[in-house]
Design a protein around this ligand. Structure first.
Ligand code: VGL
Ligand code: ZN
Length: 203
């Protein structure tokens, strides 16, 4: 049972969006064209309330990309993005959402952000995706989408941690790369953890 997890292919992460990932929109057609290789397709949607703790605008004197300490963990601050119900939070208009079996929304609490599709940034609170994948007997999990060094990275690491064979389809991802070198670091950390880095043509 092969599952594809499409991470955060939303307007705000594409050119012109509030937290645009360079060339983020290039993943859309690649993802659409490989959907037929999978038994189940899950999409995640970053879905923040306006008072989300990860928004720099909620911390007077702080700027986007600063870091703060929240209950003992580091949280990067971001421009306001993917606010619930806004156009920026919508999927990219060309993403084939009719094939999605499940949509997981994350970062929905004001108090804790969630990069991972599985666990929020407190590293404790579950989204429930691990249970869904277990209940459909998924054994292989493939990830793609935005951004390579944040939500794709944390989701892949957690997928592996929950015991799934995990691969990242690298040509169907784009990264933020802040600080510079962050994408390379993420790829190395994923490889070291036993996550395969593959290309869509290899599927
Ligand atoms: C993401 C930063 C903040 C992502 C989401 O999708 O990688 N990055 N929220
Ligand atoms: Zn976010």
């Amino acid at each position: 049972m092969k599952a594809l997890i499409v991470i955060d292919v939303q307007n705000d992460f594409c050119p012109g969006g509030a937290l645009a990932v360079p060339n983020g929109d290039e993943v859309v057609m690649i993802i659409n064209s490989m959907m037929n290789k999978f038994d189940r397709i899950i999409a995640t949607q970053d879905w923040h309330p306006q008072n989300q703790i990860s928004f720099a605008s909620n911390h007077p004197g702080k700027n986007p990309f600063d870091e703060i300490e929240v209950n003992g963990y580091r949280q990067t601050l971001w421009p306001d993005h993917c606010v619930q119900g806004t156009k920026g939070a919508d999927f990219h208009p060309h993403l084939n959402v009719t094939r999605m079996d499940l949509i997981v929304r994350k970062g929905t609490s004001p108090h804790v952000d969630s990069y991972s599709a599985f666990l929020e940034n407190d590293r404790k609170t579950k989204t429930g995706l691990d249970g869904y994948l277990a209940s459909i007997a998924a054994d292989e999990v493939y990830l793609c989408g935005l951004a390579t060094d944040f939500c794709v990275f944390y989701s892949a690491m957690d997928a592996r941690e929950f015991g799934f064979q995990t691969a990242v389809i690298i040509d169907a991802c784009r990264g933020i790369d802040i600080p510079t070198g962050n994408v390379e670091r993420a790829l190395n950390d994923m490889r070291a953890r036993g996550i395969r880095i593959v290309r869509s043509a290899m599927l």
